[in-house]
Write a protein that binds this ligand. Structure first.
Ligand code: BGC
Length: 380
């Protein structure tokens, strides 16, 4: 078997004309064809503080290994210099292909230039890397659509839309507040735009009201997607605009489950009640993190967005295999993701809204979480 796989010989650079990144990575060697078994993929992940990135790292590593690659997987603790250093080291140690989920989408130009100089193909993973020619492919979800789903789930939670997305005629007015993700993450503006485009007609008609008046993305971002930062902002908003929790807030747009949990803690501490039934405002989310799935199951958080990281990993590994063979990976979007220097060919996956009623079909039946994990609110 090893022989058969090993026989997948690759005329890497020859096939691509060696035109910088985009040529297949044979570690800059050039003439010698390389087999996947001789190739190392450097995988740079942002952080282990959020469970989605741990899952991404594990899925990418195991699927790359199954395909025959060596893997150099690193997590950067949400620290930009650490990530820069890790990528530098991957290059020095002879990585043939890089898969990078950036912390700050604009901070890696030097590293990627060094990689491109050695003809190492670069795959941006989930988050686009900006301001550089040297990103060859992008695997992600339809990030604008994720935002639409976040806005839609908030409207559903408030009863303005039904489960089919149809208007119910409910006119409110509902008091909401808005949160966005980390300003240095390219996805943040996509999530925000999708959500605000969905909510705007209801803000315009007065069905939704934002008492703080903070309706611009720049006013509502959350650096590094921090739960603590979000909790603090929610506490401040309650103090300043909702009589310290005495006046009614009905819903909160949250772009990520960790942020949602910070918001929920602030609301519960302010006396809003433990569950939505008890008067807790409805909150959206993202990532189907197990702690939040439990909160959804028990009526505390209203919704999350499920992005199947296993499928994203598969897409990244397929892209790596294509580069290894000197081919261009499959893209299904060649227009949306302009990084300021070029439009990066992308493969976009779809996501789903998860509410209490569809935890089982979407998350349990697909094997993403077991019923026991949902009940415990903890992964194995
Ligand atoms: C990802 C989200 C995640 C967020 C925080 C974004 O780039 O697309 O899935 O919730 O980062 O980790």
């Amino acid at each position: 078997m090893a022989m058969a796989a090993g026989a997948t010989m690759i005329g890497a650079l020859a096939a691509c004309g060696g035109s910088g990144a985009g040529g297949a990575g044979a570690g800059g060697g050039g003439e010698e064809p390389q087999s996947i078994e001789d190739m190392t993929v450097g995988v740079a992940m942002p952080t282990e503080t959020s469970e989605r990135w741990i899952a991404d790292g594990a899925a990418v590593e195991s699927q790359l290994e199954e395909a025959g690659f060596e893997v150099d997987l690193q997590f950067a603790n949400d620290d930009i210099p650490t990530q820069q250093q890790q990528i530098d080291q991957m290059i020095t140690k002879g990585a043939d292909i890089l898969i990078v989920a950036s912390i700050d989408g604009t901070a890696l130009a030097n590293q990627l230039k060094a990689a491109a100089n050695q003809d190492i193909p670069i795959i941006a993973y989930d988050r686009l890397i900006n301001g550089t020619e040297n990103v060859d492919h992008y695997v992600t979800f339809d990030n604008y659509q994720v935002g639409v789903q976040q806005g839609t789930s908030l409207l559903r939670g408030l009863g303005v839309l039904d489960e089919n997305g149809e208007e119910t005629g409910e006119e409110g007015p509902f008091a909401i507040e808005l949160f966005a993700g980390s300003p240095d993450d390219n996805n943040t503006a996509f999530f925000w735009q999708g959500a605000i485009d969905t909510l705007q007609p209801y803000l315009d008609s007065g069905v939704l009201e934002v008492a703080s008046g903070q309706t611009e993305m720049d006013q509502v971002t959350t650096l590094r997607w921090s739960q603590e930062t979000a909790q603090k902002r929610m506490e401040d908003l309650l103090t300043a605009h909702y009589g310290g929790g005495k006046e009614q807030l009905d819903g909160v747009l949250s772009p990520y489950d960790g942020i949602s949990r910070g918001i929920i803690t602030a609301l519960q501490n302010a006396g809003y009640g433990d569950t939505i039934e008890d008067g807790l405002p409805v909150t959206s989310g993202q990532d189907a993190e197990i702690a939040s799935v439990k909160l959804i199951d028990t009526g505390v958080q209203f919704a999350t967005i499920f992005k199947d990281t296993r499928k994203l990993a598969t897409q990244a590994v397929e892209a790596a295999e294509s580069f290894a063979k000197g081919e261009d990976p499959e893209a299904n979007d060649t227009e949306t993701y302009d990084n300021g220097k070029k439009v990066v060919p992308a493969f976009l996956l779809e996501s789903d809204i998860v509410v209490a009623e569809n935890i089982e079909p979407l998350l349990v039946d697909s094997g993403y979480w077991t019923a026991e994990e949902v009940e415990a609110g903890q992964g194995d």
